[in-house]
Design a binder for this molecule. Structure first.
Ligand code: 4NP
Length: 162
């Protein structure tokens, strides 16, 4: 049987314990069962590699019925080959992603531009903030992931030969 064409989306923030794992968990939840859609997240920094998401990220996800999340890792060169869409949470993330020697700028976007191509709005870093800040990040990512689902064609296509 021919393979289905994979669609691979990578969310990126600074630490990979607050915003990008939340975006990953939300979009995975919304695309659950779509075997040809792969969603991952990474941090531009490496301080939290191997850690679970921040407990406040986990709490907010749980409150919204989402129980699955993954451990932190740093962005790596191969991500630019493997992923179709590399989505940064704020302008600093996008700048840091684009500074990678192997960066593929055509794959890189700011999260808010999925809602409005002219937007420069960040998904603000909630790390030094309150639970309310984490809730606001959830709401923002809920809307951004809906916008992504409207814009990316996730219907199943066969992998082209060769
Ligand atoms: P994130 O938040 O980029 O949304 O995961 C942060 C988490 C940790 C740190 C900064 C931001 N930190 O400096 O350790």
């Amino acid at each position: 049987m021919p393979e289905l064409q994979k669609i691979r989306i990578l969310f990126v923030c600074l630490g990979n314990i607050c915003r990008s794992p939340m975006a990953q968990a939300i979009l995975r939840h919304k695309t659950g069962g779509m075997g040809h859609v792969e969603i991952d997240s990474a941090g531009t920094g490496d301080w939290h590699t191997g850690e679970n998401p921040d407990p406040r990220t986990v709490a907010v996800l749980l409150r919204h019925g989402i129980q699955e999340y993954s451990r932190a890792r740093q962005l790596r060169s191969s991500d630019f080959e493997e992923f179709d869409y590399i989505i940064g949470m704020d302008a600093a993330n996008v700048k840091d992603i684009l500074a990678w020697r192997e960066a593929r700028p055509e794959k890189v976007s700011l999260a808010a531009t999925w809602q409005d191509p002219a937007s420069t709005a960040p998904v603000p870093d909630p790390y030094y903030g309150s639970m309310g800040d984490f809730e606001r990040v959830f709401d923002q990512l809920d809307e951004i992931t809906d916008a992504i689902l409207r814009k990316i064609d996730l219907t199943e296509h066969e992998q082209p030969e060769g």
